[in-house]
Design a protein around this ligand. Structure first.
Ligand code: SF4
Length: 77
Protein backbone atom coordinates (compact mmCIF):
# COMPACT_ATOMS: atom_id res chain seq x y z
CA UNK A 1 0.00 0.00 0.00
CA UNK A 2 1.16 3.53 -0.73
CA UNK A 3 1.99 6.10 1.97
CA UNK A 4 -1.12 7.99 0.89
CA UNK A 5 -3.26 4.87 1.28
CA UNK A 6 -1.89 4.20 4.77
CA UNK A 7 -2.41 7.86 5.71
CA UNK A 8 -6.04 7.61 4.54
CA UNK A 9 -6.61 4.54 6.69
CA UNK A 10 -4.93 6.21 9.67
CA UNK A 11 -7.18 9.24 9.26
CA UNK A 12 -10.27 7.03 9.40
CA UNK A 13 -9.38 5.53 12.80
CA UNK A 14 -11.30 7.26 15.57
CA UNK A 15 -9.10 8.70 18.30
CA UNK A 16 -10.49 10.61 21.27
CA UNK A 17 -9.96 14.33 20.67
CA UNK A 18 -7.82 14.68 23.80
CA UNK A 19 -5.48 11.94 22.58
CA UNK A 20 -5.31 12.95 18.93
CA UNK A 21 -2.29 14.80 17.53
CA UNK A 22 -3.23 18.03 15.78
CA UNK A 23 -2.69 18.30 12.06
CA UNK A 24 0.37 20.56 12.35
CA UNK A 25 2.05 18.13 14.74
CA UNK A 26 1.02 15.12 12.65
CA UNK A 27 2.36 16.57 9.42
CA UNK A 28 5.56 17.72 11.14
CA UNK A 29 6.16 14.21 12.42
CA UNK A 30 5.62 12.68 8.99
CA UNK A 31 7.91 15.28 7.44
CA UNK A 32 10.64 14.20 9.87
CA UNK A 33 10.02 10.57 8.98
CA UNK A 34 10.26 11.37 5.27
CA UNK A 35 13.79 12.65 5.84
CA UNK A 36 14.81 9.73 8.05
CA UNK A 37 17.03 7.02 6.63
CA UNK A 38 15.22 4.44 8.74
CA UNK A 39 11.84 4.86 7.05
CA UNK A 40 11.05 1.85 4.87
CA UNK A 41 8.77 2.02 1.79
CA UNK A 42 7.60 5.44 2.99
CA UNK A 43 5.44 3.85 5.68
CA UNK A 44 7.33 1.61 8.13
CA UNK A 45 9.76 2.65 10.85
CA UNK A 46 12.72 0.26 10.93
CA UNK A 47 13.03 0.66 14.71
CA UNK A 48 9.52 -0.27 15.81
CA UNK A 49 8.09 -1.91 12.71
CA UNK A 50 4.97 0.21 12.87
CA UNK A 51 3.26 2.35 10.27
CA UNK A 52 4.42 5.87 11.04
CA UNK A 53 1.15 7.33 9.71
CA UNK A 54 -0.63 5.55 12.59
CA UNK A 55 2.04 6.12 15.23
CA UNK A 56 2.11 9.86 14.55
CA UNK A 57 -1.63 10.31 15.10
CA UNK A 58 -1.63 10.20 18.88
CA UNK A 59 -0.32 12.95 21.12
CA UNK A 60 1.67 10.44 23.14
CA UNK A 61 3.26 8.88 20.07
CA UNK A 62 7.01 9.20 19.90
CA UNK A 63 9.87 8.44 17.56
CA UNK A 64 11.85 5.39 18.73
CA UNK A 65 15.12 6.27 17.01
CA UNK A 66 18.01 4.97 19.17
CA UNK A 67 19.85 8.29 18.86
CA UNK A 68 16.86 10.16 20.24
CA UNK A 69 13.43 11.29 19.18
CA UNK A 70 13.58 12.83 15.68
CA UNK A 71 10.05 14.21 15.76
CA UNK A 72 9.52 17.94 16.19
CA UNK A 73 8.47 19.32 19.54
CA UNK A 74 6.80 22.55 20.47
CA UNK A 75 4.55 22.85 17.42
CA UNK A 76 1.30 22.15 19.19
CA UNK A 77 -0.67 19.04 19.96
S1 SF4 B 1 13.11 6.52 13.55
FE1 SF4 B 1 11.64 8.19 13.96
S2 SF4 B 1 11.85 9.61 12.23
FE2 SF4 B 1 12.76 7.62 11.63
S3 SF4 B 1 11.09 6.53 10.62
FE3 SF4 B 1 11.10 5.90 12.77
S4 SF4 B 1 9.58 7.28 13.74
FE4 SF4 B 1 10.15 8.19 11.76
Amino acid sequence: MSPQGIAKLAAEIYIEPDLRAGMVLYKGRLAACSLCGDLREGIICAHCGCFVQFRARTVKGYCPHPDGDKWPVGIGA
